[in-house]
Design a protein around this ligand. Structure first.
Ligand SMILES: *Cc1c(COP(=O)(O)O)cnc(C)c1O
Length: 396
């Protein structure tokens, strides 16, 4: 199972004396290079909420990435890498007047939007700025749809961008997000159809956006679903649909079109792992008398594995490699919340019968969102430290 991770990551996990998230910076850099090779010409802006760890951001910036930031604090963190402000955009459609003014003071000139109210506020607090309007998608095919809360119809997007122009803003682009961990090429196809329709409508009003932002949604490859089966997203097909879609939009756009993408999960998920430890392996009779084993870990939903209701992780139990000694168990985190368990407590996975309290456990492909989706101290359990290899310890 350890062949799923790099030797660097395995060595760092093996050497870890206590719980932590470990990131393989070279793995992340390679992943970035693979992505830019698959999608030539795409300007990658890392969605930093997926991994707000300075050493990771520095490495991505060094490779050429910009950043998709969702708040003034994220903008500050992105700029600390040394990227110029024009490589950072405010990608959140949800922002207050003060947020807009703060971002503008920090030098950010490109803002996501999806409503007349927001665009009016941008015109007021970031006069002359560039705005791109987010189109709503269904989120179908994704583990997390990101539908409803964001985006607007192509018809309304045209009104928003026309309004932006009349307020002295630059109607600079359109964006989509097909949903996080999107598992289908069809969702991307639908997104390109929406973008094409909106671009044609805009052209009729004499508005020629200079870019399209394709958002995030590219998958992690090494995660398991909530039933414990490999997710196996059709990555090659997804890239093919995206390349074709970009060609199509380029052909129909009235002016040269640049493409931006905001991957989060895809760049970091498979190059980060959680080192946890066994709290206890128990056997317990339920209210109805059914006896089940439960493996309680030191890490769960509230300190690094927030997504455990939708997906699960491959686990490595160092020192317990005997496949004959496996027994099925529900795997759960340490808190007093019953949702703090894989598959909402219904998933049973094989674990070594010999596990003892304190034994280390590695959870693979757990790098996305681990540092950001964590509570400050639910049940007194604080966020995990983040460590990057190669490099000095303790960056976070
Ligand atoms: C979260 C987010 C992303 C990154 O999504 P992934 O599915 O992790 O790639 C990109 N863009 C926006 C606007 C987001 O909110």
């Amino acid at each position: 199972m350890t062949e799923k991770i790099s030797a660097r990551l395995a060595a760092a996990l093996a050497a870890a004396p206590a719980d932590r998230v470990v990131y393989d910076l070279d793995g992340i850099a390679d992943q970035y290079d693979r992505l830019t090779a698959e999608l030539p010409g795409v300007d990658v802006r890392f969605a930093l909420k997926a991994c707000p760890v300075d050493a990771v951001l520095d490495r991505l910036a060094e490779r050429g990435a910009g950043f998709d930031a969702a708040s003034p604090a994220e903008i500050v963190q992105a700029l600390a890498t040394g990227v110029p402000a024009d490589r950072v955009h405010f990608g959140n459609t949800v922002k207050s007047d003060a947020d807009i003014a703060h971002a503008h003071r920090l030098g950010v000139r490109t803002f996501a939007t999806d409503s007349v109210q927001d665009v009016t506020a941008v015109a007021r607090h970031a006069p002359g700025a560039r705005v791109f309007c987010r189109l709503a998608t269904s989120g179908d095919g994704a583990l997390w749809g990101l539908s409803r809360k964001f985006g607007t119809s192509p018809e309304a997007a045209v009104r928003v961008l026309a309004g932006a122009r009349s307020l002295g803003l630059v109607p600079a682009g359109l964006s989509v997000h097909v949903g996080s961990q999107q598992m289908t090429g069809e969702a991307w196809q639908r997104a390109f159809d929406l973008l094409a329709g909106a671009l044609e409508e805009l052209a009729r009003l004499g508005i020629a956006p200079d870019h399209v932002n394709l958002g995030g949604g590219l998958p992690a490859l090494g995660c398991l679903d909530r039933h414990g089966n490999p997710l196996e997203p059709p990555l090659d097909k997804i890239f093919a649909v995206i390349r074709e879609g970009m060609e199509h939009l380029t052909a129909l756009a009235p002016a040269p079109l640049a493409f931006v993408m905001e991957p989060g999960r895809h760049l970091v998920a498979d190059h980060g792992a959680v080192r946890a430890h066994v709290s206890r392996l128990t056997e317990r009779a339920d209210a109805d008398g059914t006896v089940a084993r439960w493996l309680y870990l030191s890490v769960g939903k509230y300190n690094g594995l927030y997504e455990m209701d939708q997906l699960s992780h491959r686990m490595v139990f160092p020192g317990h490699e005997d496949p004959a000694g496996l027994v099925p168990a529900v795997v759960a985190g340490p808190t007093c919340d019953s949702d703090d368990a894989y598959g909402s407590g219904r998933l049973r996975v094989p674990v070594p019968r010999t596990l003892a309290s304190g034994d280390p456990v590695w959870l693979l492909s757990a790098g996305a969102y681990a540092p950001s989706y964590t509570t400050q101290g639910f049940n007194g359990i604080g966020p995990l430290p983040c460590v990057c290899v190669p490099g000095p310890e303790g960056e976070h």
